[in-house]
Design a binder for this molecule. Structure first.
Ligand SMILES: Cc1ncc(C[n+]2csc(CCOP(=O)(O)OP(=O)(O)O)c2C)c(N)n1
Ligand SMILES: [Mg+2]
Length: 327
């Protein structure tokens, strides 16, 4: 029970970190503090957290354009993340990447990715590396329903399946690719049906139930770690915000948004934890406050950092070379 409680609290904390970080990002973006594009992960927290709760530090993830939640769930540091969103030299990519290019290879975070479907073949490559090196590391590839129509989906799943690579493909089916509803962009209801084409297991779960995600991905991770190859896990979820900050969201109804907000993954998990007497309300409230403080610290860290110098524009772009390469 002690271990279970610790795990429950970790899951709750991580979901709160994502919720509060993203809520603050939305406000800061609206206030003109954050340049570029922001794709909010609000509402999808259970997918990232239920998934990474199965991973060890040396396991890998590939992420997407909507990546903040994945990075936080895999241990990404809020300070450097927020500074990166601000475009500051103190950020993860020294201010040159922004929201869609945050990576931390030491934490197994192989990168957010502005290219839809860009993660499939990177994940297969990471899986191949682990397999050749005889390591038991697993790679999770997060991707959206829209990305499941990309050619790289086929390439990644096919190569992973024929070589039994230790990769878990986690689909975040939030019912839309930008403004295009799933029923308009593909004939199937369950992206997990596509697993059949690769001869691998495919399941669909309630992506707003962190424990359901944890269990389904847990099975897939176990399989991958045992050398039994990849799986596809589809998590049905919904984004609370538009596709990007500034999206007028004319393509979806208020009633649809309400249905999904009523299935809020954090409220549901909190209620469940209290119902089963796993933790007390005081413990959860304290945790909420600690997270709020950490997020405010991240904002302060981001605001106090300097912007990169113009002459640094050509360093750390393609490699980690610190020296000026153009002289
Ligand atoms: C290769 C490529 N094509 C198109 C785009 C433009 N684009 C950005 S996000 C997106 C939709 C992605 O939908 P989905 O995979 O369902 O992810 P979600 O945004 O719903 O999380 C598109 C088409 C892109 N970034 N990359
Ligand atoms: Mg989508």
């Amino acid at each position: 029970m002690a271990i279970e409680k610790e795990r429950f609290l970790w899951m709750y904390r991580k979901m709160q970190e994502i919720r509060q970080f993203e809520t603050r990002v939305v406000e800061l973006f609206a206030g003109g503090n954050i340049p570029g594009f922001v794709h909010s992960y609000l509402g999808e927290e259970a997918v990232a957290v239920g998934t990474t709760a199965n991973l060890k530090d040396t396991d890998y993830i590939t992420s997407t354009h909507r990546g903040h939640g994945h990075l936080i769930a895999k241990g990404g540091r809020l300070n450097e993340m927020m500074a990166e969103l601000y475009g500051k030299a103190t950020g993860y990519c020294k201010g040159k990447g922004g929201s869609m290019h945050i990576a931390d290879v030491d934490l197994g975070i192989l990168g957010a990715n502005g290219i839809v479907g860009g993660g499939f073949t990177i994940a297969a490559g990471a899986g191949l590396a682990a397999s050749l090196q005889k390591k038991d590391d697993v790679t999770v590839c997060f991707f959206g329903d829209g990305a499941s129509n990309q050619t790289t989906f086929h390439e990644g799943l096919n190569i992973a399946s024929i070589w039994d690579l230790p990769v878990v493909f986690v689909c975040e089916n939030n019912l839309y690719g930008i403004s295009m509803s799933q029923e308009r962009h593909q004939r199937i209801k369950d992206v997990s049906d596509r697993a059949v084409a690769y001869g691998i297991p495919g399941v669909s779960v309630d992506g707003n139930d962190v424990l359901a995600v944890h269990e389904a991905v847990g099975e897939a991770v176990k399989r991958a770690r045992n050398g039994d190859g990849p799986s596809l896990v589809e998590c049905k979820t919904y984004r609370h915000r538009g596709h990007f900050e500034g999206d007028p969201t004319v393509y979806r109804s208020d009633s649809e948004v309400k249905i999904w907000k009523d299935k809020d993954p954090i409220e549901r998990f909190r209620k469940k934890l209290l119902e089963i007497d796993a933790v007390s309300e005081t413990e959860l409230d304290k945790l909420d406050q600690e997270v709020a403080q950490a997020v405010e610290e991240a904002v302060a860290f981001a605001q106090s950092g300097a912007f990169p110098k113009p002459e640094d524009a050509v360093v750390n772009v393609y490699t980690d070379m610190e020296e000026e390469v153009w002289s």
